[in-house]
Design a protein around this ligand. Structure first.
Ligand code: HC1
Ligand code: SF4
Length: 574
């Protein structure tokens, strides 16, 4: 450790710290903008491009950026001098000189880090007006919108896209005033191999990258008397949406969420968790089938559409490794359009399925032709956690005061296994809770596979079954996934099954979730909340969910059987 002084306070901090790290430890707040450090998820953006965190260092004539200045023994730092504060304000004033001022109608209004900083630094005029960037909006994709005019060149999206996800879509183009961050040749996003994981959206401080807004489509459906509008909500929504109503991270608001959806006017309110239970039934059977019949191993989970797009674009030779299971919300949409429509005697063409997802890739996924049945897609509209919160606010619903309500039945009962789909490691834990009992014929005494949990980027575990070991791998973040895929490609993979989720943390960290603004505790709290919700459930294994069993008995037949294959399985694009 080394001794330094910050604003007259002496602190001892590890030698490898930057001035910013040291200040944090000393309880001194230095504002930042481009900087982002998610330590446990190994995401650090150190471009030092915004010059907002400038501080004075004794003996140095120029101010130094705290985020990129290593400390040294005996350093004396001042963060609150007039010179430092003025320089910070000026950095923001420069940024604003080339930034639209339409905050009132901006999709990031009240969630924008630039706006917040301008307020905090008391910027009261746009000082340096002159030529400003004007580029077109890229609305080519079904998932994300790029508005280059709002980009402040912090390069966080580039770090997410290249270092964490290893997708290499976004990077700086041109030089000087012409500099922009975008795909090669500034191609429309739809013509790139972007997976739409949305991690660029999750870390963008402004509205340069946002989700496509599908809220108007939902209002339209809800107000169409011809439509029977069914909604389903993903596992990761219930532990995150409360944050957008001023509740602490990790608040579990399942009952209020259901009540809000009913108040919005949906005809039926369902849970994607039911689709997740269905996925476990199919995926566990598929895994057993592959193990017992010499099928392709390892089998990879397939519920994350960004991950599916990644393997299709970057490992087309491996498209036979993912499970053929459709993702849970698509499975549910399919059941809504078939079994439910029949049961309620409604024309399937009148059924509109809306999925509330933590994810922007699910928007593009819903339109994949491989997922349609008789050329009809079974999920019509996907909106994110943030978009749903906006609807609830628009409708004037006081979320906090809502009384808990339950999902509609049948198709509304869910197991604890399905809830944990929303976190990294949860899909495969849920699958193993069922596969174990089916393979051994014995009851699983402890349903929690703690060895599969955590936030390490790549994890592994061996589960003893019938005197042998089922070896499980887990990766979250596409860069980590790439490592496991390279092993499979070179024939060195030792696993039977691998779970991959594109987003760091899994869906709890999805691109459609409330912004974490660099606070990774938020993601940990959401994860803890999912495990708590699982623990509180009476039934914790998918194959013990009565309504799932009834659906097979009355409609689907055998898991992994003929009708299940037709409705619930898919193929991939080589
Ligand atoms: Fe997910 Fe899934 S867990 S993919 O992250 O398998 O989006 O929450 O709904 O479909 O169940 C997302 C979450 C979600 C699906 C499920
Ligand atoms: Fe979407 Fe979840 Fe995959 Fe992220 S991990 S891209 S939120 S499905």
């Amino acid at each position: 450790k080394v001794k330094i002084k910050i604003n007259e306070t002496e602190v001892k901090v590890p030698r490898e710290y930057t001035v910013l790290d040291a200040a944090k430890e000393a309880g001194v707040m230095i504002p930042t903008l481009c900087h982002l450090d998610l330590h446990d998820l190994k995401f650090v953006n150190r471009t030092a491009s915004c010059r907002v965190c400038m501080v004075e260092v004794e003996g140095q004539p120029n101010l130094a950026p705290a985020c990129a200045t290593p400390i040294r023994d005996g350093m004396v730092i001042k963060t609150d001098t007039l010179k430092a504060i003025t320089a910070r304000r000026m950095a923001v004033e420069f940024l604003l000189s080339n930034h639209p001022t339409d905050c009132l109608i901006c999709p990031k209004n009240l969630h924008c880090e630039l706006q917040e900083l301008a307020q905090r630094l008391s910027v009261r005029e746009i000082k340096y007006t002159g030529t400003a960037m004007t580029t077109h909006l890229d609305t080519s994709s079904q998932s994300l919108v790029r508005n280059q005019n709002k980009c402040i060149l912090c390069r966080r999206c580039e770090t997410a896209c290249n270092e964490i996800q290893t997708c290499g879509i976004l990077s700086a183009l041109n030089r000087g005033f012409e500099t922009i961050v975008g795909p090669a040749f500034n191609l429309p996003m739809v013509h790139t191999s972007c997976t739409y994981c949305g991690q660029c959206v999750a870390v963008c401080p402004t509205a340069a990258l946002t989700e496509v807004n599908h809220v108007p489509k939902v209002w339209e459906a809800l107000n169409d008397p011809e439509k029977f509008v069914v909604v389903q909500t993903a596992p990761a929504i219930r532990v995150a949406i409360g944050e957008l109503f001023n509740m602490p991270a990790g608040s579990i608001v399942t009952g209020k969420l259901v009540a809000a959806l009913r108040k919005l006017g949906f005809d039926r309110v369902f849970d994607t968790d039911f689709g997740a239970d269905l996925t476990v039934m199919e995926e566990a059977k598929e895994l057993i089938h592959r193990i017992e019949h010499g099928g392709r191993l390892p089998m990879l989970t397939s519920c994350c559409p960004a991950w599916v797009s990644f393997i299709e674009h970057q490992f087309p030779d491996l498209v036979d490794v993912p499970s053929t299971c459709k993702s849970p919300h698509i499975m549910f949409g399919t059941i809504a359009n078939t079994f439910l429509a029949k049961k309620l005697n409604i024309e399937p063409s009148k059924v509109t399925v809306v999925s509330i997802m933590p994810c922007i890739a699910k928007k593009a996924e819903a339109a994949r032709t491989e997922l349609s049945i008789d050329d009809v897609n079974n999920v019509d509209i996907v909106i994110t956690t943030r978009e749903l919160a906006a609807m609830i606010k628009e409708a004037g619903i006081d979320f906090d005061k809502l009384q808990d309500e339950d999902f509609d039945h049948p198709l509304g009962e869910t197991s604890g296994a399905s809830v944990i789909f929303g976190t990294t490691g949860g899909v495969i834990e849920a699958t193993m809770r069922t596969a174990y009992e089916w393979l051994t014929g014995e009851e699983l005494k402890k349903v929690e596979f703690k060895q599969l949990r955590g936030l390490e980027g790549i994890r592994e575990a061996a589960i003893p079954i019938n005197g042998e070991e089922i070896r499980i791998g887990i990766a979250h973040g596409l860069g980590n996934a790439r490592q496991l895929l390279e092993e499979i490609r070179s024939g060195k993979s030792k696993y039977h099954a691998i779970e991959i989720m594109a987003c760091p943390g899994g869906c709890i960290g999805g691109g459609g979730q409330p912004f974490h603004h660099g606070n990774e505790d938020v993601i940990k709290k959401r994860q803890e909340a999912l495990y708590k919700e699982d623990k509180n459930k009476k039934v914790r294994q998918s194959h013990k969910n009565k309504e799932i069993l009834e659906l097979y008995e009355n409609y689907l037949g055998q898991p992994y059987g003929k009708l299940a294959h037709e409705l619930l399985h898919t193929r991939y694009r080589p």
